[in-house]
Design a protein around this ligand. Structure first.
Ligand code: PEP
Ligand code: MG
Length: 324
């Protein structure tokens, strides 16, 4: 089986009825780009930049150090696009593991973009490093956990300010596409306004499931209730994909769902054409894509969306997972 999958590395991901599908990699360190290219990824859909910051006990990497790390990832991808997500610390990803987060609800607290906007000097250091790295290759810039209009405004203003700071210094930088993660139900419900301000969207199903169902994604005691097939989650995902498509903007899924072979057919049926996942999942998902016929999957996916109970089609999803 493994050998058969390896042979798919250089095969384009196209459904049996001719739809091209983009299979991208999630990475945590610049060195992971090697595994991404080896797995046949056509780019990095999610570089979780917080891993450059974690475990440094109070010392955050400066602009040049970050710039070098981003360039290393870009070089590693050999000309393929790299989507860098700004720092997403807090909750399940504490900056310093030794330091206990004393906040009552860290997942609902100062994390991700909230954390960045609370420290604009630190935020712009990262933005300048990314913008400079964009002079070396194709870079997309992605922002986690946005929920409010004023957060969108502040974020975009910080990008402008970072560019102005580079201009003032005469430092070269490149163009970037700007994207928002849709991982809070409020953002999914307000997707139209996100589409007004951003070039692309990326659905973070890990957090979207957590916040839609009020299930801590890291709590074993409620892990059985953490359900990517819950109709409420699927309806939010479906709507974001449909609205993005209607505006001609790219929508990716970059949570674990994207690398779950049990979910590939359903996501294709909902119209998704861009998936970002751990490199180890890419070939198995590609195999599902090659076998898929969206003419059959689209009406089936609509039926699934109308249902109240996922039980009747949970079984086929499980069976596909077992098959790999
Ligand atoms: C997500 O929430 O689905 C996501 C991709 O981001 P992270 O897992 O890093 O929170
Ligand atoms: Mg997330």
């Amino acid at each position: 089986e493994r050998e058969r999958l390896t042979r798919l590395r250089h095969t384009c991901a196209i459904t049996s009825d001719g739809h091209k599908v983009e299979l991208l990699a999630n990475i945590e360190q610049p060195g992971d780009a090697l595994a991404a290219v080896r797995a046949g990824a056509v780019g990095v859909g999610l570089f979780r930049s917080e891993f450059l910051f974690m475990g440094k006990s109070g010392h955050l990497p400066g602009e040049d150090e970050q710039y070098r790390a981003y360039c290393e990832a870009i070089d590693g991808m050999q000309g393929l696009p790299v989507t860098i997500r700004t720092i997403d610390v807090g909750a399940d990803k504490p900056l310093d593991k030794g330091h206990k987060d004393n906040h009552l609800n860290p997942a609902l607290g100062l994390r991700a973009i909230r954390w960045s906007l609370a420290d604009p000097v630190m935020f712009r250091t990262q933005l300048r490093a990314v913008l400079r790295a964009a002079a070396h290759g194709k870079v997309n810039l992605l922002f986690p956990m946005l929920a409010h209009q004023h957060e969108i405004r502040q974020t975009l203003a910080q990008v402008d300010l970072a560019r102005a700071e580079l201009d003032a210094r005469g430092a070269p930088y490149g163009p970037v596409q700007l994207g928002a993660m849709i991982e809070v139900p409020a953002a999914a419900l307000m997707v139209r306004s996100f589409l007004k301000h951003f070039d692309f969207l990326s659905i973070g199903t890990n957090d979207l499931i957590q916040y839609t169902l009020a299930i801590d994604r890291a709590d074993e005691a409620v892990a059985h209730l953490y359900d990517p097939l819950h109709p409420a989650v699927l309806r939010l995902v479906a709507d974001v994909i449909a609205q993005g498509q209607a505006q001609g903007k790219s929508v990716c899924v970059c949570g674990e769902t994207a690398g779950d072979v049990g979910m590939t057919r359903l996501l294709l049926g909902l119209g998704l054409r861009s998936f970002s996942m751990h490199p180890a999942q890419i070939l198995a998902v590609k195999q599902e894509v090659l076998r898929a016929d969206t003419r059959k999957l689209a009406p089936w996916a609509q039926q699934v969306l109308q249902g109240d109970e996922p039980e009747d089609w949970r079984e086929p999803v499980e069976a596909r997972r077992q098959g790999f």
